[in-house]
Write a protein that binds this ligand. Structure first.
Ligand code: CA
Length: 370
């Protein structure tokens, strides 16, 4: 079954955000949907999709792995990190969606089957670096209504600054622990803003407060710094990986002693890339807990993948309040019920577009309609 057309486009949301999506068509008139990482609006990934990757028209829909690796190597000088990997991720997700529709099976079946099809999630609560302690607690309280299995407090501070407010950050970590009680799972995301010494100071408190992981304590491109932090903090796993796009990058983190790796399906080669990273993590006895911030296509793709993870005992990330404004362009998107997401069992991703609603929000991209 041949690919006949690849549409790349932005979707603009009422809240002001934009998503970078791709729709791949086959000769039977079916489509598959994919999403690229939204960094800088996804512009670079869409440019690559519309240009360098467009010659895949005519290729076989089922050749997902061959296409992924062929295009990766053909265009290696556009990456391999960043926009090229995100473009390939969008394409791979769309091809798996289309493959599922062609074979009449949900993606999780094509990946080898799900260990569970209702998945708990964790709420990622961002922007805490500049909030007061009370405001952090209010933000966390606002997300508890969705019944997450874990809450991650994210600081989102200035990555060009280090150790800007360690005492304040520790106070916020303590206040949130007090708010949710001793047994509720929590995680802490420093977003790359500590020195090694600063990270160890904060991490020792997080150990004492029984946080489940300490995410990106130091600059992501310093594996040696991760190694020093991880060695000093035996009581809490250090997590990282959302800035990595390749097996090499994930391997470096694992070798540094990171206990949880966090590649993202809309950045790291879609299902094809994530399956390889899961095998790499499993080889080293490291947990893979995907990073995932996109609330519709990225989210559903991630649910299919997480459902198939061996030892996938961590909840799946969900980054915005429920329901998402993006639901409007789908006819029957997954709904959260009692803190659980059900993985769709319709063919492919299981997402059906409401064409009228999508058309209202679509911004065409130069080079589309190939
Ligand atoms: Ca993060």
């Amino acid at each position: 079954m041949r690919i006949t057309k690849v549409d790349v486009f932005h979707v603009r949301w009422p809240g002001g955000g934009r998503s970078a999506w791709v729709r791949v068509w086959d000769e039977a008139g079916r489509y598959g949907l994919g999403e690229a990482s939204p960094m800088a609006g996804g512009d670079a990934a869409l440019t690559i999709l519309a240009g360098a990757l467009a010659p895949l028209v005519g290729a076989d829909v089922l050749d997902t792995s061959v296409l992924h690796h062929r295009l990766f190597h053909q265009h290696i000088k556009l990456g391999p990190d960043g926009a090229l990997a995100a473009a390939l991720a969008a394409l791979d997700i769309a091809l798996w969606d289309l493959k599922g529709k062609l074979l009449g099976q949900p993606i999780f079946k094509l990946l080898g089957g799900a260990w569970r099809t209702t998945l708990p999630f964790y709420a990622s609560v961002g922007g805490n670096a500049h909030r007061s302690v009370d405001a952090v607690c209010q933000a966390v309280t606002g997300r508890l209504k969705d019944s997450p299995a874990l809450v991650k407090i994210r600081f989102d501070g200035d990555k060009t600054q280090r150790d800007a407010d360690i005492a304040g950050d520790i106070a916020k970590a303590r206040a949130v622990r007090k708010l949710v009680g001793d047994d509720f799972p929590l995680a802490f995301d420093a977003n790359n803003t500590y020195s090694v010494g600063g990270a160890i100071r904060v991490g020792r408190v997080l150990e004492e407060l029984n946080y489940a992981w300490f995410e990106e304590p130091v600059l992501h491109y310093h594996p040696d710094s991760f190694a020093q932090v991880a060695r000093a903090l035996p009581g809490i796993p250090v997590a990282a990986g959302e800035q990595e796009y390749t097996l090499r990058g994930i391997r470096q983190l694992i070798e540094a002693g990171v206990g949880i790796v966090q590649p993202d399906i809309v950045k790291t080669g879609g299902f094809t890339g994530m399956q390889e990273m899961a095998a790499l993590a499993r080889t080293h006895g490291v947990d893979l807990v995907p990073h995932q911030t996109q609330p519709s296509i990225g989210h559903v793709a991630n649910l299919h993948f997480v459902a198939t993870l061996l030892h996938g005992h961590h909840p799946a990330e969900y980054n915005v309040a429920v329901p998402s404004e993006q639901n409007v362009v789908f006819r029957d998107p997954p709904r959260l019920q009692d803190g659980l997401w059900t993985v769709p069992d319709a063919p492919g991703l299981g997402l059906e577009i409401n064409e009228d609603e999508l058309a209202k929000r679509t911004e065409s991209w130069a080079g589309a309609q190939r």
